[in-house]
Ligand binder design. Structure first.
Ligand SMILES: [Zn+2]
Ligand SMILES: [Zn+2]
Length: 344
């Protein structure tokens, strides 16, 4: 089968012919129909993110059709439309039993620890192949598997409820998902912050209030937009100390900041002024849960969340096209549209 793989760090991905996977007991082989090209794939290529081995087929945002099943899996699943939960867990440890499999000591991720979806076929445990309704296109399902479901997990961890205000730091794939989900779940006000004017415009076109961080004092602007109260929930998707601090300082009384962006340095927080005096909370967010994928699918099916605006760009399973998209993701000035590999 054809696969586009990372063979050396810092080098372009190359197209290879590798054997089609065969499913072991409890596994299914999925014919890939769509695989999202994620910013973290660009990080794996450049070496900012680390892979378990080389060569590796990246791609953790995958949807397709079950092609074959291993022993112990019902043959009725062959032909089923599915989307893939990208974390493979033991299912038995204390964390798996509590449905927080992202902390499983044996966790592995498709496209990082084992071959992913930049290929014609992928092999995963049966329980990772979640049923995808007929009315959701594969390309939409692919991007739902990463940025959208992680943004939903962030909102759930922040205990967001209808009618609350939300600030979104960073309008990349996660930020765009955060805006769409906050709208779908009934936020009273959504304020998106980025230092890139094209991304601020993208946020405005989705109905958010846009703040350009390179032009204005972010905390002051957020206070102005909320009548001096601050926001109920802040989603931090950038991971810089400056944006992390702004996310905390822009919170209302009892506001919650969900930290998703991977910070490169510690963030100093004034414990009394920034936290205690207003009973604010800082909440760590890591990946997402399989049941949140089901919740996301329901939101799309109910027509409350539209994935179409962020998946308008598709490329074939082609070495040159995929590398070009990764180049665009490396370039911060790129637009907030997600690109998906589509296999007809
Ligand atoms: Zn991703
Ligand atoms: Zn486990």
């Amino acid at each position: 089968m054809k696969a586009i793989r990372i063979s050396a760090i810092g080098e372009r991905l190359t197209q290879e012919e590798i054997p089609e996977p065969t499913p072991a007991a409890g596994e299914v082989v999925v014919a890939v129909r769509a695989a999202g090209i994620c910013h973290s794939d660009a990080h794996y290529r450049s070496g900012i993110g680390s892979l378990a081995r080389l060569p590796m087929t990246p791609g953790h945002e995958v949807a397709g059709i079950i092609e074959s099943v291993g022993p112990g899996v019902s043959r009725k699943r062959i032909g089923e439309r599915v989307c893939l939960h990208y974390l493979i867990t033991c299912g038995e440890c204390r964390y798996c039993r509590r449905n927080i499999g992202q902390f499983c000591p044996d966790v592995s991720m498709i496209g990082k620890d084992r071959d992913g979806g930049y290929a014609e076929y992928i092999c995963v445990p049966e329980q990772n192949a979640l049923s995808l309704p007929d009315d959701i296109p594969f390309t939409h399902a692919a991007v739902m598997m990463c940025s959208f479901v992680t943004a939903l997990h962030a909102l759930r961890k922040a205990r967001f409820t209808e009618g609350e205000s939300v600030a979104i730091f960073g309008v990349g794939g996660l930020g765009v998902a955060g805006i769409g989900l906050s709208t779908a779940l009934g936020a009273s006000k959504i304020i998106a912050i980025d230092k890139n004017s094209a991304k601020v415009e993208a946020a405005r076109s989705m109905g958010a209030i846009g703040i350009n961080a390179s032009e204005t004092d972010v905390v002051e602007a957020l206070m102005d937009h909320t009548g001096g109260l601050g926001v109920d929930v802040a989603l931090e998707f950038v991971g810089l100390p400056v944006t992390s601090k702004q996310a905390v300082q822009s919170l209302a009384v009892q506001g919650r900041a969900a930290m998703v962006g991977l910070a490169n340095a510690p963030t100093p927080v004034d414990m009394y002024k920034d936290m205690i005096g207003k009973e604010r909370e800082i909440i760590g967010v890591s990946d997402h849960l399989p049941n949140e994928i089901d919740e996301l699918i329901a939101l799309v099916q109910q027509g409350r969340l539209d994935i179409a605006p962020v998946t308008s760009k598709t490329v074939p399973l082609d070495e040159t096209a995929v590398n070009e998209v990764l180049d665009e993701l490396d370039d911060y000035r790129g637009k907030a549209i997600r690109t998906v590999i589509e296999i007809e």
